[in-house]
Design a protein around this ligand. Structure first.
Ligand code: ADP
Ligand code: MG
Length: 217
């Protein structure tokens, strides 16, 4: 398992603008670390940088003892991602989207089906497995993305506003799933502007204008 994911004095310049500046954060395994702050404060950029999807201009990202760089594609197999826009395959069913992860891991066929069904049930989508993603509501798609991110039991889980489209009951289900991932020993990092979600997290790092203003570790 990966014991922590960290940013060390990370700066990101995009289009000539300093989007992140001098960000130092450590997200340990076994906990949920919440990134909070107003819209445009850099939460999504920091998640993308931690995941190795956004190149950093200064500083570095490390996953325990591995420095994340442009060649760190192998890290993708160790992490689950819930990004804005979800990145689901719209012409496949909900279950098929989730099963893809397990197929890529070489999990046996019968187990693939069972685990995908369980992951969908955990986010309140029992019975929706056969629906095409394009027929699902935004909130349902968001939950398929959560199921897909956790079904492979990743060491590191990144979730960008994973409850943004959910009502309180389904939000609680998703939070329960994310807490279970942390208890399993995963590093869980989420971005949220929902105070309720931030309060469920074990630690909170608040950003403003691309800088950490509270809770840096
Ligand atoms: P948050 O997730 O907290 O709302 P973001 O990380 O999305 O913040 O954005 C941080 C800053 O980067 C914002 O000022 C935003 O306008 C800017 N930004 C976001 N995406 C891009 C992009 N593709 N090109 C240039 N600037 C961007
Ligand atoms: Mg964002």
């Amino acid at each position: 398992m990966t014991r922590f994911v960290a940013a060390h004095e990370v700066g990101v310049v995009r289009g000539g603008r300093q989007v992140l500046g001098d960000v130092t954060v450590t997200a340990p395994a076994g906990e949920i670390t919440a990134l909070t702050g107003p819209s445009g404060s850099g939460k999504s950029t920091l998640i993308a940088a931690l995941a190795g999807l956004e190149p950093v201009t200064t500083g570095r990202i490390v996953w325990e003892d591995t420095v994340v760089g442009p060649r760190s594609r192998d890290l993708r197999h160790r992490c689950g991602l819930v990004l804005q826009g979800y990145g689901l395959v719209s012409l496949l069913s909900a279950a098929e989207n989730v099963e893809l992860v397990l197929q890529a891991q070489g999990v046996a066929r019968a187990e693939v089906r069972d685990r995908a069904r369980e992951a969908l049930a955990a986010v309140g989508l029992d019975g929706a497995g056969d629906h095409l993603v394009e027929q699902l509501s935004g909130g349902q798609q968001q939950r398929v993305a959560v199921a897909r991110a956790v079904v492979g039991r990743p060491e590191v889980l990144f979730a960008d506003e994973p409850t943004a489209e959910l009502d309180p009951a389904t939000r609680d289900r998703v939070l329960h799933v994310l807490l279970a991932e942390a208890h399993r020993g995963a590093v869980v990092v989420l971005a949220t502007h929902d105070r309720y979600v931030a309060d469920v997290a074990d630690a909170e790092v608040e950003l403003e204008d691309g800088r950490v203003v509270a809770g840096s570790a």
